[in-house]
Design a protein around this ligand. Structure first.
Ligand code: F3S
Length: 296
C-alpha cells in the first residue's frame, strides 16, 4: 500500500496563530481562559487545560484575574461589549479572514442591506458573523434552502452575501451564481478562505488517485467534515480523530491511501496516524519521507 499525504494537511494560519498566542501567554505565566474550546481538537484542548487554561462559555464565567482569548472563529459584537463592561483583559485571535466577513456584516447594517450567509447557523463562526449586524439576516446551508427563500422583507433592500470561511467551495459557486441571477442588487463577497480552497482542492485531486482517503480531524470540526464530503464524491472517505480509531479492515485491498487533515489537527496526531498506517506495511516511507515527498 502506498500512502500519499496531502501538502495542506494540518493547522491553517488562523489556528496556528491562536494556538501560539495561547501557549505564549501560558509560557509567560498568565492565567488564561478561552471563550469556548480554543480549537476543534480535544487533544490540544486537554493539553491546554493541563497547562492551566480554562474553557469559559461566556465572559460571565471567566474568574477574576484571568485573561481571555477569543478564538479564531470570532465572536458577536455583544461579547466585546460584555468583556469591556466587565473590565476583562482580552486577546483577540479572530482569524483575519473571519474579521473581514464581520466587517462586511457591519457594512450591511450601515447600508440597510440584508445579510445572506452560506453556512451552518449552529457554528460559532456564523453566530459571530451575524452578531456584527442588527439588520435582517438569512442563513442557508445549501442551494435548495436558498431557492426556497422568499427574499428580503422589502424587495428594494440590497443584499450582501458571504460564505462561512470553511463552506464547501462547489456549493458556494452554485449558490452565488443563483444569487446573481435571482437578485440583481446582490453584492457577493467571496469569503471562503484560501486555506479552505487549497485543502478542498487537494482532497478532490487526491481522492481521484486513491482507493481510500483518511481525513484526520475533530468529529465536531466543520472543515474536517467538508473534506470528508469532498473526498467521498470520488472514493471511500473515512474520518478519525486519532490513530486509535483506524480500522485495519479499511485497508484490505487498498493499493493507494490518501491522508489529509482538518485545519485544527496538530502535526503530532498526523504523525501518529501515518505511523500506524505504515506499521501495516513494510515498504512504506517514514513520516519524514512522506512529508518531504509531499513538499516536492
Ligand atoms: Fe482562518 Fe481559514 Fe483557518 S479562516 S482559521 S485560515 S480555515
Amino acid at each position: 500500500m502506498e500512502i500519499r499525504l496531502a501538502k495542506t494537511a494540518g493547522f491553517c494560519f488562523g489556528v496556528d496563530r491562536a494556538v501560539k498566542l495561547t501557549y505564549g501567554l501560558l509560557d509567560e505565566g498568565r492565567k488564561v481562559a478561552t471563550l469556548g474550546p480554543l480549537i476543534h481538537n480535544p487533544q490540544t484542548v486537554e493539553d491546554l487545560e493541563r497547562r492551566g487554561a480554562l474553557v469559559a462559555d461566556t465572559p460571565a464565567d471567566v474568574p477574576a484575574g484571568y485573561e481571555v482569548v477569543i478564538r479564531s472563529h470570532g465572536v458577536p459584537r455583544s461579547i466585546y461589549d460584555e468583556l469591556d463592561a466587565r473590565g476583562c483583559t482580552y486577546h483577540d485571535a479572530t482569524c483575519p479572514f473571519v474579521k473581514k466577513i464581520q466587517k462586511v456584516a457591519s457594512e450591511a447594517e450601515a447600508a440597510g442591506a440584508t445579510l445572506v450567509v452560506a453556512g451552518d447557523m449552529s457554528h460559532p463562526e456564523v453566530q459571530g458573523i451575524v452578531g456584527h449586524t442588527r439588520g435582517e439576516v438569512f442563513i442557508f446551508s445549501d442551494l435548495a434552502q436558498l431557492k426556497a427563500w422568499k427574499g428580503p422583507s422589502d424587495p428594494q433592500k440590497p443584499i450582501f452575501a458571504v460564505a462561512q470561511t470553511t463552506f464547501q467551495v462547489t456549493k458556494w459557486q452554485e449558490s452565488s451564481e443563483f444569487l446573481k441571477k435571482a437578485y440583481t442588487n446582490a453584492r457577493i463577497f467571496d469569503t471562503i478562505c484560501n486555506a479552505t480552497w487549497a485543502r478542498q482542492q487537494e482532497a478532490e485531486d487526491l481522492s481521484q488517485q486513491c482507493d481510500i482517503i483518511v481525513v484526520i480531524g475533530g468529529h465536531h470540526s466543520s472543515n474536517t467534515q467538508k473534506l470528508v464530503q469532498v473526498a467521498a464524491r470520488h472514493t471511500r472517505a473515512v474520518t478519525v480523530e486519532t490513530a486509535s480509531e483506524l480500522r485495519p479492515e479499511w485497508f484490505a485491498d487498498v493499493k493507494t491511501a490518501g491522508v489529509t487533515a482538518g485545519a485544527s489537527t496538530p502535526s503530532s496526531i498526523i504523525e501518529e496516524v501515518l505511523n500506524s498506517m505504515s506499521a501495516e506495511i513494510n515498504d512504506s516511507m517514514s513520516f519524514e519521507e512522506m512529508l518531504n515527498a509531499s513538499e516536492e
